[in-house]
Design a protein around this ligand. Structure first.
Ligand code: SAH
Ligand code: SF4
Length: 414
């Protein structure tokens, strides 16, 4: 693990992200974060300013390219640039840490907004795609005990502009070479091709920003990302799943299950008490029917907690009923709990059992471990490193450890 108090391993040019950051308190009521505007919002603004429609397209194109300073929008008339300057108050984040892992394939950015809240954005490069993992909340209220973000608790919602901005920052970094070419693997894509809502926070607990960001990314006249290249990961907030389906875009839905029995899931994913497994499964089936899109199941595999045969068996059955694909992610250690990833043998056994049930499963690599790259971990270690206390939502972890609640393997149905 890197020392969070040490200077970032490699630093982006922070000015590129932070140029004249605004003081949030000084904004007047009409001030607009340009990234909070979708195509219709931009059109309405320029209409209000008495400008022809093609100016809206020009402004939109600049924003998609990561330029939010009207003075740099060289194809707009000078007078319009000045009027936009007066209206815009971009919420520009400051880059406070940038860690590089996996030989330049993983770039983890810790971004801090003008009010002091920090969030993580991770750029993962593969030969054929560049995926950005974005945050939707500063912190998270869901309290999953194995998750660093959950341990730290909820701070605030991110605005749509703050969520969109993360993709734009990562995309601009790739396009403009802000991440120096020497830190990028050869043949890395030159723009963002995939977006996953798997950073800090629960996207469906911030529906306005999540839905607005999906629409913004998908806009064919704008960022133009296929809905199939967008994945929203949720802990299973059923009303939110329904709303996402109503958006009418075939976004990939990933549900973080982590347990296939309600008693264990009540502890690992506390919101299961409001939306138990049967209800979540129903919502997933409905999502699949409405969008005609295969759903995924995320399973953070924790040694001696959810890696036994009973869980594997039940998970396999759920996945087969839903024809869902399972992603197994060995747990990254987090500061708040003693839990660890399972042994290689337990992992193999778990996957074999799930597959015997007729489900398809992929064992995910744990990207960027050397850069604190698990969900929320860079911030967690940064916070700890800065000396502040990390409030831990780890009661469930203690209960499981103390009670030894897991059924012995012999009890699992074969
Ligand atoms: N709140 C949403 C999206 C953010 S979390 C959700 O929970 O789905 C993204 C993924 O990271 C989830 O599947 C989550 O379970 C996983 N995750 C969280 N902490 C982890 C850890 N310590 N090790 C491995 N995966 C973790
Ligand atoms: Fe929140 Fe997801 Fe972490 Fe749970 S796993 S605490 S829902 S970010």
């Amino acid at each position: 693990m890197s020392d969070p108090t040490a200077p970032a391993t490699e630093s982006l040019d922070a000015d590129a992200v932070d140029a004249d950051a605004v003081d949030a308190d000084a904004l007047d009521a009409d001030a607009l974060d340009p990234y909070a505007l979708d195509r219709d919002g931009i059109a309405a603004l320029l209409d209000e300013l008495g400008e022809p429609a093609y100016r809206a397209r020009q402004l939109h194109a600049w924003l998609v390219r990561g330029v939010d300073d009207p003075s740099e929008m060289t194809d707009l008339p000078q007078a319009l640039r000045q009027r936009l300057q007066a209206r815009f108050a971009p919420t520009r984040p400051e880059l406070v840490a940038h860690t590089v892992a996996d030989d330049g394939h993983t770039h983890k950015l810790l971004l801090r907004f003008p009010d002091g809240e920090a969030i993580e954005t991770v750029l993962m490069l593969y030969p054929d795609r560049a995926t950005v993992c974005i945050s939707t909340q500063a912190g998270c209220a869901m309290g999953c005990p194995f998750c660093a973000t959950g341990q730290a608790g909820f701070r605030r919602q991110l605005t749509a502009g703050e969520v969109v901005r993360q993709v734009v920052v990562a995309d601009a970094a790739l396009r403009s070479g802000v991440i120096g070419a020497e830190h990028l693997p050869s043949g890395a894509p030159s723009r963002v091709t995939n977006v996953v809502f798997m950073g800090m926070g629960e996207p469906l607990a911030n529906l306005p920003a999540t839905l607005a960001t999906v629409r913004w990314l998908n806009d064919p006249a704008g960022f133009n990302l296929s809905a199939r290249h967008i994945t929203v990961s949720t802990v299973g907030l059923v009303p939110g799943i329904t709303k996402l389906a109503e958006l009418g875009l075939p976004v990939t839905l990933a549900v973080s299950l982590h347990a296939a029995t309600d008693d264990l899931r009540d502890d690992l994913v506390p919101v299961n008490r409001q939306h138990p497994l049967a209800e979540v499964e129903q919502a997933m089936a409905a999502y699949r029917r409405t969008t005609n899109r295969r759903v995924s199941i995320e399973w953070c595999l924790i040694g001696d907690v959810n890696d036994d045969r009973l869980q594997a068996d039940r998970l396999g059955a759920i996945a087969r009923r839903l024809r869902a694909h399972i992603n197994v992610i060995p747990m990254n250690p987090t500061p708040g709990v003693r839990w660890q990833e399972p042994t290689a043998a337990a992992t193999r056994d778990f996957i074999d059992t799930v597959e015997r049930r007729g489900a398809t499963v992929t064992l995910r690599d744990t990207r960027g471990r050397d850069a604190d790259a698990a969900c929320g971990q860079l911030l967690a270690s940064y916070t700890l490193g800065a000396g502040s206390r990390l409030p831990a939502a780890v009661g469930a972890a203690e209960r499981i450890d103390a009670a030894g609640t897991l059924p012995p393997i012999a009890q699992a149905p074969s």
